[in-house]
Design a protein around this ligand. Sequence first.
Ligand code: ADP
Ligand code: MG
Length: 236
Amino acid sequence: KQQQQSIEALDKAVAELDLKAEDIKTFADLPLCHATSVGLEKSNFTTLTDIQARAIPLALKGTDILGAAKTGSGKTLAFIVPVLEKLYRVRWTEYDGLGALIISPTRELAVQIFEVLRKVGRQHAFSAGLVIGGKSLKEEAERLTKMNILVCTPGRMLQHLDQTAGFDVDNLQILVLDEADRIMDMGFQTAVDALVDHLPVHRQTLLFSATQSKKVSDLARLSLKDPEYVSVHEVA
Ligand code: ADP
Ligand code: MG
């Protein structure tokens, strides 16, 4: 009951959030649930980076985003915070299956994202897993069906979607494509296209890259709905 009231208050605060406001400087200035706020605090994240300040408020409102900002600008939290908030605000529980999918071009980057997710998401009850190969398909498959949030590489994830019985992605709420430029450069376009074909159309999608290229726009056209373009350029 109390949680329900607080979610209603959060929804209202997000709806009223002024995207043109200049005074969104810290995570505390954003309407975030208690669990996320504490996770950020305990991870020593206080001030928003530019890409976070521009992308997170939009993402909280449910908008699809095509974000571009150079390496090291803080793109990971720009999608992890919206992922946690989305699932929390739709009252996702550990029994609801897969709610969020984060696609990364490489295993190493997937592991890094997973570590940030574990740190910042530590106060949440969601289960999270990595799908990057390295274990047998069967071993991975057993754990897969219980996960709420998965961080994956495209090829391995597609293998599970094609082959793992009982792996239901029909209620997926949010899809993230990180390093979309590298996903394309590494030749994963076909795998990502096939992967997205498995996912429900009614979902939020956040796509991030270090560069804006024609290839990324092609991918965006396939996976995003009326996206907001958020790009942060270096000031010379
Ligand atoms: P990108 O994905 O854009 O290359 P990362 O998300 O990997 O960037 O972040 C780069 C570094 O900046 C990491 O060490 C991360 O912990 C740090 N960082 C990200 N956001 C913040 C923040 N709001 N405050 C302080 N440090 C941050
Ligand atoms: Mg990154």
